[in-house]
Design a protein around this ligand. Structure first.
Ligand code: ADP
Length: 304
């Protein structure tokens, strides 16, 4: 799959690639809705739909996790990946790694252009907008290629696809077996994003929010205990720059506009599994394993 995705993004030359990426980046900084509009977006590559696809029996799972910001995609996807022995590939992490590094080709002569690229990328993320499909596909194919070289098989994708265009590109190169759609009500999502903390040393993800919503007017009540860090991480906690109230609301708005149609894309293909989170991890994890028919798998791995 990495090879197919790479072919999709491999332009004639590095110079063309650099300029093209920057051009896409700049245009998405100005008008995100235009760049991710499938009708107006002409990929600079040809879809390789003839690539032979592996039978699901001969490979590991290829799953996707969908859901609004703050719903817990990362938490549950990474737990499942540990259980199933597949890589957890979160495009948000790939974007943050890209921003933390010195850019895609820092040693190239295009250094000034890449400072520009970096500024644009960080501005898009900090405004809660979507990065252009071209940049995301390029980061994802690089990650998949590195994984294939290490002998990885299968994956759980988290945060991709986020637009119909991305879903169509993915559908063009590989078979997705299952799409899990995690759901929580919006006011809780905002509190959970605002409570999110990361340990700057070990990279651990925590949440200081204590959710206690009473059931009323037909809505069910829900409680989620905070996921507190161990004492040695306490003084090293940082907050993601895009986890402010204004940016979280913007991300939710963009999710509803751009990513919700992706749910219908997979629903109509019979691949969507809806999962309403019943509470925090202690309630939700066993229930998720049950609906995925993985409870025995967990018992076996705990016993091993
Ligand atoms: P969230 O908590 O909103 O799900 P992520 O960590 O998945 O956050 O993503 C962080 C940011 O990275 C997004 O707001 C967006 O700017 C960018 N991003 C991640 N995945 C994609 C994608 N598939 N397409 C476009 N932009 C993406």
């Amino acid at each position: 799959m990495a090879a197919a995705l790479t072919r999709l993004t491999k332009p004639a030359s590095l110079a063309f690639s650099s300029v093209n990426i920057i051009r896409r980046c700049l245009s998405s900084a100005v008008a995100v809705s235009e760049t991710n509009n499938a009708a107006s977006y002409v990929p600079p590559f040809v879809l390789d739909s003839n690539r032979p696809r592996k039978d699901p029996k001969d490979r590991n799972v290829q799953w996707v996790f969908l859901g609004c910001p703050g719903v817990g995609k990362g938490t549950y996807a990474s737990r499942l990946c540990n259980l199933l022995g597949v890589p957890h590939i979160a495009t948000g992490d790939l974007v943050r790694e890209e921003l933390a590094s010195s850019g895609p080709h820092s040693q190239q002569v295009f250094i000034y252009l890449f400072i520009f690229y970096w500024n644009c990328l960080s501005e898009i993320v900090n405004q809660g907008k979507l990065v252009s499909d071209e940049i995301i596909i390029s980061l994802l194919s690089k990650r998949l290629e590195a994984g294939e070289a290490k002998g990885e098989s299968g994956f759980i994708l988290d945060g991709f696809p986020r637009t119909i265009q991305q879903a169509e590109i993915l559908e063009g190169v590989t078979d997705i077996d299952l799409v899990v759609n995690l759901k929580l009500q919006e006011d809780i999502l905002i509190d959970k994003c605002l409570g999110r903390r990361i340990c700057s040393q070990c990279g651990g993800n925590f949440n200081v929010a204590s959710i206690n919503v009473k059931g009323e007017n037909g809505k069910r009540g829900i409680s989620m205990a905070p996921l507190l860090p161990p004492p040695h991480c306490m003084s090293k906690l940082i907050t993601r720059s895009d986890d402010t109230e204004a940016v979280v609301k913007q991300r939710l708005r963009i999710y509803n506009e751009k990513s919700q149609p992706v749910e219908e894309f997979y629903r109509s293909r019979g691949k969507l599994l809806e999962f309403d989170l019943p509470g925090g991890i202690p309630e939700s994890w066993p229930r998720l394993l049950q609906v995925l028919n993985l409870d025995d798998e967990e018992k076996q791995s705990a016993a091993a």
